[in-house]
Design a protein around this ligand. Structure first.
Ligand code: C5P
Length: 222
């Protein structure tokens, strides 16, 4: 197909973000970080004082989200309502709020077209929870990337410390488990592998090895 899609789904902290970005860079494909859209919706809602269960207000917030993904000095910045929120949307508080708003069907619907619009030539790498199951069911290759909760907590801890953010490993592990449970148990678009997804466990695999495996699978399909 002229606009192939590679979907990379799985729980938070399995390495989806890094792996997706590296593959998109190497192939020169577009990148959709769908989690960022849920995080941006949550942050906008918090800024505007919306209740996190007010599905009508949150859906209209998601629909009218004023965001821009801009490249700046070789860096990808995310702007919300003209303000750089690249760091702000990565906090655990926003991640938690994102997972709450993401459980609302109206919010998911409101973000559907926006996500599909990322599909453009020469191809798209789409990173999220339901890329292969709901948003791009016709994707050429679907990856479901997991890792143990302990390993994911350890990685997130290291990431946060490197970013200069204070973090506690034990509470990160609790948060990861709670977020997994919420994402897997929600009624709409729960986190689960697509029937035709290739499962990869990154618990004891380094990022370059994961990238290499996916690129091999892609060239086999191409
Ligand atoms: O991947 P990330 O941690 O940025 O996603 C934040 C939250 O957004 C997830 O916990 C999940 O609840 C939600 N999400 C989703 N569907 C996606 C991507 C993210 O429900 N495709």
């Amino acid at each position: 197909s002229a606009m192939p899609v590679l979907t990379v789904d799985g729980p938070g902290g399995a390495g989806k973000g890094t792996v997706s970005r590296l593959i998109a860079e190497r192939l020169g494909w577009h990148l959709l970080d769908s989690g960022a859209l849920y995080r941006l919706t949550a942050l906008a809602a918090l800024k505007h004082g919306l209740a996190l269960d007010d599905d009508m207000a949150l859906a209209s917030c998601a629909e009218t989200l004023d965001v821009a993904f801009v490249a700046q000095d070789g860096d990808a910045r995310i702007m919300l309502e003209g303000e750089d929120v690249t760091g702000d949307i990565r906090t655990e508080a926003v991640g938690d709020a994102a997972s709450q708003v993401a459980s609302l069907p109206r919010v998911r619907d409101a973000l559907l077209t926006r996500q599909r619009d990322f599909r453009a030539a020469p191809g798209l790498v789409a990173d999220g929870r339901d890329m292969g199951t709901v948003v791009f069911p016709q994707a050429e290759l679907k990856i479901y990337l997991t890792a143990s909760a302990e390993e994911r907590a350890r990685r997130r801890h290291e990431q946060l410390l490197n970013a200069g953010v204070d973090a506690n490993l034990a509470s990160l592990l609790e948060e990861i488990k709670a977020r997994d449970a919420r994402d897997m148990q929600r009624a709409v678009a729960p986190l689960k592998p697509a029937d035709d997804a290739v499962l990869l466990d990154s618990t004891s695999l380094a990022i370059p090895d994961v990238v290499e495996r996916i690129e091999r699978l892609l060239s086999e399909r191409g």
